[in-house]
Design a protein. Sequence first.
Length: 577
Amino acid sequence: MNLFTYIKERLSIADVAREYVSFKKAGIYYKGTCPFHQEKDASFTISPHKGIFYCFGCHATGDVISFISQIEGCNQFEAAKLLIEKYSIDIPEQLLQEKKDSTTSLDEKNHYFALCELMAKWCNEQLPQSPQAMAYLTQRNITPATIKHFTIGYFPSGIKAIKQFQRFAHQHDFLIKDLTDARLLMEGKNCHYSSFEERIIFPITDHLGRCCGFGGRVFQKDDDRAKYYNSHENSFFNKGTLLFGLSQAKKAIQQSGKAFLVEGYTDCVIMAQSGYTNTIATLGTACTPQHLKQLSHYADQLYVLFDGDSAGLQAALRLTQLCWDVNISMWVIQLPTNEDPASYLKAGNDLGENIKKAEDIFSFFIRFSTQQFKHQTLKKKMAIVREILNIINAIDDDLKKMILLQEAAFKLGLPLEALTRECHHIHEQSTQKIVKIMVDKSNLHEGEKKLFILLIEKPYLLEREDIIIMSSAFSEPLKTIINKYRSLPQKSFTFLSEVLNDDEMQCAQRLLITHAQEQVNVEQVIREFAKRNWKSIALNTKEKIAEAQKRGDDQEVKILLQYLQELKKKVLNWSVQ
Ligand SMILES: [Zn+2]
């Protein structure tokens, strides 16, 4: 038994999932709205007996560990660790040892996090010793409590500071090489230096609160370097998935179901300080689908605050393209030109008023893309209309769709019927595409799926002579799964999951939920399968006979021939029935 199996045997997937999804009992299953895609139906299905889930909408599937890894955006080992801690599971020493041996990469990750943690602490301790850095933060209205809450710091400049940082790291068992590997220090001609020197340091944590990188901002008036310097991307620090402030804001976001998205670190900490504790920021990059997906696990409404300049506007417009992929409704809050959330709040404005006036992102998009419509060329006009219709088309809610079509028709000065017709046309084209993909995806035959489920549910059948021959006619990956299952000393689905690869596992989980039947006629399922796959069964048997003949195993040849005759008889009888 491995660590994952041990955890799965001790936790009920329903208990764990209940913290994220609300569901109802439906027969032997639980059903609820899927946390992985936007929907109103209850496609998310849990099989408490098998300890697995499957979504009939987005086809997400897995067990309790992969559920946590998908919803918390971490790897399986981290998910296991979270579950062990959260549910206080006692793990036998031997399993922990095995885990240690197989997870050097996890150790490497923790080592990196510990190093970042250390630098955050050191910079935070340096801050009070720099009157200029303190003066800058005071001037931006950042309070000591906020400094502490976000562990804001300062990286002093000069060789003396670098040496001091190295000594500090050394006291905590880190080497200079660790610092340069993580690119917190760089190798200069004669000595080390850091690109974070003489900057205010904003430690960046992942959603689990582990420090994994830094944003450094210049603050001296005559400093003409780039305004921001961020940690280099590495396997533990990815700007496209990380959100600044998420670990601090997570609870407030979960409680309110709402999040505010801003563009900068300062905006984020000032928002939090002003009571908007559910605020996060991107790391100086555009918002990505991964950002939104992660947010959608905690919030169902996202308020985007962007600067009143055109770059801010473009960033907000781009979001329209992303938001239908996630279960989140988006609102846009536009601030006056030349204001950002920090400056706006500092000037004593009431942001609450702007929040009340927030505009639905689709209306916002239509308003902006139609602004200059009249003066465009025909080609540009067609492109604009298509873009708007594509976006409206992707909306799930029919009423919302209709209202937006009307709004678009009005603003574009085009007849509503024409837009509606075009919208239907786009819709048909896209559904045809989806149906095609779905059909291509699974070429497994129904009878094959049924027999497969039957064998998983009733492993004693696996040893039957006719089943052994028949299961050689399975398509992949069912054939491999069944072979692996047959070779297990202890035949249960939990143990099977230990020997399957990811693709095989997903296929098995999907079939177990989509094709499970409460009552089956065993012989009928076997008969149907044999009838349909008669040709390949016969061919496989003939191949085996040929092999046995080559070996000179007359006894085996005799048995197989006899078996083939019997099977033929059976199949012939079956087909007349
Ligand atoms: Zn789903």
